[in-house]
Design a protein around this ligand. Structure first.
Ligand code: NAD
Length: 513
């Protein structure tokens, strides 16, 4: 049985001063939907509705896009010096940092993330703003000289209204990841956060106002994906959509955006392999692969949810892994000792539990396998480990997005690669070996947008982030984000003689009839 933290006040915990209603934020005003529609927001420990959020549709998206468009065409934001925008973004980072405890408290309550991990995510959100605030002042653009004849330079411009659509896992941090570069480069935005977790997003309005962001630059519309999200994707005045979410939603958005030829950035699902060779540092590999799938409740796009282990160490690895997984502390999200909290929503909980049942018919259960001891209600799942998982199993192929891991043995490097690449996804991969050549050869051959060698998922903000295959399209991160949110207009200037092949000056007698 998993270790559990028993807190007598546990399921009754509610942060002080919760909002009484979550509204949209359009053109500097908190507003309800025109038709008064709203949806229930639940907390994942009691699964009771704790607040109503305004449910936006086409009317609210139209208003928000009009405000953002006005702020873009008439307002100061796109025309400010990068240094001036940077100052505002640094103030945003300062405010986020100064409110990190409150942010984490609300995020943890709304999403079920353990409080210590929610705090880390709040600080990362501040760091995202700081990073892009610095990057736009350091930004240089290309100039190409043709000696004596021509000079060509890149005039980098913001594009317009960026539509940002985000998922419910680490919602505030993932919003910052898009807001930071979109705003730093001078665009205006409409954010449509995930409907399971609208609470932390509602804090942005106040933060941006206090930081001095001009009115209309940031707009927020809450609502369902099929309504508010869909209207944003299909709005003709929104030339960019940055989307993070499930691969199937990404496919739908891709099709819906096609008639408008929008710029799309797609950060989608994953089923990332962690490959552990027999020569690896086993202590580090076990710790990292435990953290890799059970941190953030396993609701993590880059989770190492398939562990491939070389046969020589397979039995030892599985035994140690199962023992450690059993000891992972499941607990109430607000408890600082909690390592795995409650899954975000009962619908998602049912999905993860259904996969656990499927796994029991496909492989050998070695840890967890259901509701943890001591938690009769709420979306709690014991860290669950399946061993001897065949590559044809659904729990090997499909993204579960919870604290569930599949372990599979392999014999050779070639077999490890074949297994690693045998899914539709290609987001991250983790390789554990002390053989230098093998580490690089496997890293370069694995079909993944990001690879970590002998490391957990520790990401330098300058590096590209993104997946291949069904895990995404395009890269964000560092300068790639700047490229996505800007147009690089080429300006060509003649320096010497005008290079003019002459048409239309032939002598009259030469003219044909
Ligand atoms: P989801 O696809 O269900 O929803 C994501 C967002 O899209 C939500 O805001 C939702 O309202 C909106 N949406 C849904 N249907 C829409 C439509 N038809 N048009 C426009 N918007 C629509 O994803 P989720 O369940 O919230 O998030 C979990 C998924 O996100 C997982 O698959 C995970 O791997 C992925 N994810 C990927 C990354 C990455 O960077 N690659 C990061 C985090 C999460």
């Amino acid at each position: 049985m998993s270790t559990t933290s028993h807190d007598p006040a546990g399921s009754g915990y509610v942060p002080a001063d919760l909002p009484r209603r979550i509204q949209h934020y359009i053109d500097g005003e908190l507003v309800d939907s025109a038709d008064g529609a709203s949806f229930d927001v639940l907390d994942p420990v009691s699964n009771a509705t704790y607040v109503q959020a305004a449910a936006g549709g086409k009317a609210e998206i139209d208003r928000a896009v009009a405000a953002a468009r006005r702020a873009f065409t008439e307002g100061p934001w796109p025309r400010l010096l990068p240094r001036e925008r940077s100052r505002v973004l640094h103030r945003v980072a300062d405010l986020v940092e100064s409110r990190d405890a409150r942010l984490a408290e609300l995020e943890s309550f709304d999403s079920g993330l353990p409080i210590t991990q929610a705090l880390g995510q709040a600080r990362r959100a501040a760091e995202n703003f700081r990073f892009f605030a610095d990057l736009v002042v350091a930004q240089t653009d290309d100039t190409f000289k043709v000696p004596g004849r021509q000079i060509n330079y890149v005039n980098r411009k913001p594009i317009g209204v960026a539509g940002l659509i985000t998922p419910w896992n680490t919602p505030f941090m993932l919003e910052s990841w898009k807001l930071g570069p979109a705003l730093a480069t001078g665009n205006t935005v409409v954010l449509k956060p995930a409907e399971f977790t609208p609470l932390s997003a509602s804090l942005w309005a106040e933060i941006f106002e206090e930081a001095g962001l001009p009115r209309g630059v940031f707009n927020l519309v809450n609502g369902l994906g099929e309504e508010a999200g869909d209207a944003l994707v299909k709005h003709p005045d929104v030339p960019l959509i940055s989307f993070t979410g499930e691969s199937s939603t990404g496919q739908l958005i891709f099709a819906n955006a096609a008639p408008y030829l929008k710029g799309l950035s797609m950060e989608l699902g994953g089923k990332s392999p962690a490959i552990v060779f027999a020569d690896a540092d086993l202590d580090a590999a076990v710790d990292a692969t435990i953290f890799g799938v059970f941190s953030l409740n396993g609701e993590r796009c880059t989770a190492g949810s398939r562990i491939l282990v070389q046969r020589e160490i397979y039995d030892e690895f599985v035994a140690r892994y199962a023992t450690q997984a059993e000891a992972v502390r499941v607990g109430y999200p607000h408890d600082a000792a909690t390592e795995v909290g409650a899954l975000v929503h009962p619908e998602h909980y049912e999905k993860v539990m259904a996969y656990i049942q499927i796994g029991k018919t496909e492989a050998r259960l070695v840890a967890g396998g259901g509701r943890p001891h001591g938690f009769a209600t709420g979306n709690f799942v014991a860290p669950t480990v399946f061993a001897d998982v065949p590559p044809t199993a659904r729990i090997f192929q499909e993204e579960i997005f919870g604290p569930v891991v599949a372990i599979t043995p392999f014999d050779t490097e070639a077999e490890a690669l074949e297994l690693a690449n045998d899914t539709r996804y290609g987001l991250a991969a983790y390789v554990w070996t002390n053989d230098l050549k093998r580490a690089h050869n496997v890293a370069q051959a694995v079909e993944a947008g990001m690879v970590w060698l002998n490391s957990n998922n520790v990401r330098d903000l300058r590096t590209p982030f993104g997946g291949v295959k069904a895990s995404g399209l395009g890269h964000e991160g560092g300068y790639r984000s700047i490229d996505f949110y800007t147009d690089q207009q080429a300006v060509h200037i003649t320096l010497g003689q005008v290079h003019n092949p002459t048409f239309g000056k032939a002598a009259d007698g030469d003219r044909g009839h």
